[in-house]
Design a protein around this ligand. Sequence first.
Ligand code: COA
Ligand code: ZN
Length: 328
Amino acid sequence: MSKFATSGHGKRIYIQEVATRDGFQNEATFVDTSDKVDLIDSLSDCGFAKIEATSFTSPRAIPALRDAEAVMHQIRRRPGVVYTVLVPNVRGAERAMSCGVDEVNLVMSTSETHNRANLRMSREQSFAQLTDVIAAVQGSGHKTAINVSLSTVFGCPMEGEIDEADVLRWMARFMELGVDGFTLCDTTGMAYPSQVQELSDHARKLFPEVQLTLHFHNTRGMALANALAAIEAGIDRFDSSMGGLGGCPYAPGASGNVCTEDLVHMLQLMGYDTGVDLSALLQASGRLPGLIGHEVPSQILKAGRRMDLHARPAYLDEAQGATQMAGS
Ligand code: COA
Ligand code: ZN
């Protein structure tokens, strides 16, 4: 094997599955609670570092996830896996903590316009609300970790470019509140590799002690390239969605999050240690079309793994037989 084939050198890359949150929140079909629970239970055995199981949002805003309590109470929690949930406000955090989640994932956008569109308030109002959420979690006596997801950091579908200095300033403000991690989200697939490398590098250097996750959408086909660019800059943690689920209201028809099986397949070939059992994951992912009623944009599910070889076509052997006969 060439030296390039093992460039990962066994380096650990942490994969965080988000299909049941970022994926299902965009689906028109309501996936039954028992199916969600079965699916999360099988994901728990796939080797993920973290699973974003659901969100504690307003059931009117996200009806697909209106069964968050039932899901969290019914899943089997595998030791070592961090079960995280998205919460938009104090109410959501209280609901989440009552279910004993390991982590709450708070969300705001670094774009004023996108924040108003998604959360119906200004960024300053979001920051004030999330400050209350953080205080509520820290004062609760629960050992719940706090992650902040910053949306649209690589570009806003309405405003365009987002100033990198602005992103780093929002991170600094949340750092002062004592959060445990950040997720830099390419919410609508506007990130490109050199940009990813730069922001990842700067964020890593400014906040070396915090857990940093990158969250890519494959809207424009750049998600895998972006993941590699982030790894070059020292990032070791990614959100991804099995089947490539996850929509984007600003790019209808485009594919969703970076697909977990595509990401894991690539990283394993390169010699990275993702901890993920790809066969088990493909089995779980193969159940998605039946649950949501349509095909999913997973390349590996369609094409198979690189070494899932095909039988030689019979006509090759027939032709060879004929040649041998002719030569004998
Ligand atoms: N859990 C359950 N219900 C909640 C809730 C929560 N976390 N937060 C608000 N609600 C309910 C309120 O009780 C109220 O219900 P009612 O109309 O029956 O009285 C209703 O939602 C509206 O509440 P309000 O405080 O006015 O909030 P809002 O309408 O401004 O909604 C959000 C704000 C953020 C809570 C809501 O839009 C939401 O949950 N959005 C989802 C955002 C999201 O997850 N986006 C995708 C991921 S980035
Ligand atoms: Zn997303």
